[in-house]
Design a protein around this ligand. Structure first.
Ligand SMILES: [Zn+2]
Length: 486
């Protein structure tokens, strides 16, 4: 131990108690003061302490930021209906949502209830056990859009809160508290000085940007003020416009938990680790946990298809097996935000990016150097790159999901790579074909493409034309049952 460190330790022991600053105590006091006003404004500490359960039924307009059919404005808007409820004593959570998104009809539910936790697919009539239910993560999104629940979080976690200062929202003075919930990035809560009500909150997600929550049109239900309207903004753009149709104070959750007992059992939801799947000589499907890319070994370089998350990690895993080859050609399936995440990685490799002409602006926008990006437009159907393996990019659009959608077709191997139109379930039987899957099948028929294997950007499991035919048959059967029931 050197001399200066001994002196520092001595100083720590012999310094007068405290540092002469009371900033932490003042902060805790200020949090307490804002919290007390918030509890009073949101129904009173006593009434909130008596809250055992809380639920909302709502109608949303979902604005497809980065997920519209067309690359250019206006953005698609789609309505959906939903409900959610939380049990505060027993960590129980239940939610359901139905609508159309990206051309896919959905009617899904989740129950988090200890060992009886399930994911429901009401459209397809099945349920899957959630092996490791996580109450805080699953209920978090509902808590963050419910001022009543946020105030309770602040009450219960006041020791994890900081007073950030005052700010003006819509010309009105607000006190801002920074709160860390048990999972996720910290959230800033804006309480109106005039009313004590929570009108606004926001979070900053690294690599994604700012998410804002607005709570408007407060009305009182069973003595508790609740917001009739909610707006979600992502980086300043409207993303969800919600109307809360009914707020349930202390609802009985038992009937809500008792859903779907007549549904078929689907295999449990399990993690899918990243792996390299060799499909044929020089052809690899690489990915895990919902995102996959196709890599083709062209001798002295690689050709890659698909732009979902994790491409650098997946390329490194493949190179560990086949040697260090640069990616010189890369093809993007479409313009959606989750399918252009790899643009910067391909750009860094110096690759030429092949995509539909109308997706050029969005793809350049995802590059570090938009103007310098090597871009090659694919018109309806074209072979891309050079090497021993023929890779054709084929536009199967328009479909219910996207105006233009490129699939990769390897005619000699009979392998087709697709995104967002026909993903096999990781395990268990194939599901009834939604509108995009039906359009995909029609396009293959029209183009005379008959793959032996169909691999996907979102599934670990290759499918076949027989699987596709089965999906269409199940959909026809589902529609027939629906019309018979009417
Ligand atoms: Zn998509």
């Amino acid at each position: 131990m050197n001399c200066s460190r001994v002196m520092l330790i001595a100083a720590l022991f012999y310094a007068p108690l405290g540092w002469g600053s009371d900033i932490s105590e003042k902060n805790a006091e200020k949090v307490r003061e804002v919290l007390d006003a918030a509890l009073a404004a949101h129904g009173g500490a006593e009434r909130l302490a008596a809250l055992r359960s809380f639920g909302v039924e709502f109608e949303d307009i979902n604005i497809a930021v980065g997920q519209s059919r067309k690359a250019e404005p206006p953005l698609d808007r789609a309505p959906s209906l939903g409900s959610a409820a939380i049990g505060l004593d027993d960590s129980v959570f239940v939610q359901r949502a139905a609508g159309v998104g990206g051309g896919f009809e959905f009617d899904n539910g989740t129950v988090i209830n200890g060992e009886a936790s399930y994911q429901f697919n009401f459209r397809n009539g099945n349920k899957a056990l959630i092996a490791q239910p996580d109450f805080a993560t699953t209920s978090g999104p509902f808590v963050r859009v419910s001022p009543t629940l946020l105030v309770l979080q602040l009450r219960d976690r006041a020791q994890n809160a900081y007073y950030l200062g005052s700010d003006k929202v819509d010309g009105e003075k607000h006190d801002v508290i920074g709160l860390s919930m048990s999972v996720g990035p910290g959230i800033s809560l804006f309480f109106s000085r005039a009313t004590g009500l929570l009108t606004h909150s926001e979070r900053v997600l690294p690599g994604f940007g700012k998410v804002e929550y607005r709570f408007d049109d407060y009305q009182t239900v069973s003595g508790i003020p609740v917001n009739a309207r909610f707006t979600l903004l992502v980086n300043g753009e409207e993303n969800i416009l919600r109307t809360n149709q009914r707020t349930l104070i202390n609802p009985d959750l038992a009937p809500m938990l008792d859903v779907g007992t007549d549904l078929a059992d689907a295999p449990p939801v399990v993690a899918q680790p990243v792996r390299v799947l060799r499909l044929a000589e020089g052809v690899y499907h690489v990915g895990g946990n919902g995102t996959y890319a196709l890599f083709v070994d062209q001798g002295d370089h690689l050709l890659a298809v698909g732009g979902t998350a994790g491409v650098p990690e997946r390329a490194a895993m493949l190179r560990a097996e086949i040697g260090d080859k640069p990616i010189r050609e890369a093809a993007m399936t479409h313009h959606h935000s989750d399918h252009i995440l790899a643009v910067a990685a391909y750009e860094q490799e110096g690759a030429t990016i092949h995509a539909a002409a109308s997706h050029e602006a969005v793809i350049r926008g995802a590059a570090a150097d938009p103007a310098g990006l090597k871009f090659a437009a694919v018109e309806s159907r074209a072979r891309i790159g050079e090497g021993p393996i023929t890779v054709e990019m084929v536009d199967i659009g328009p479909t219910a999901h996207a105006e233009h959608l490129l699939v990769a077709w390897l005619p000699e191997q009979g392998i087709l790579f697709e995104a967002d139109h026909f993903a096999m379930p990781a395990a268990g039987p194939v599901q009834a074909a939604a509108a995009p899957t039906q359009d995909f099948a029609k396009a293959l028929d029209r183009l005379g493409i008959e793959p032996t294997r169909i691999v996907s950007a979102h599934s670990p499991r290759p499918g076949s034309m027989a699987d596709l035919a089965e999906a269409l048959r199940l959909e026809a059967e589902r529609v027939q049952k629906l019309s018979a029931a009417r």
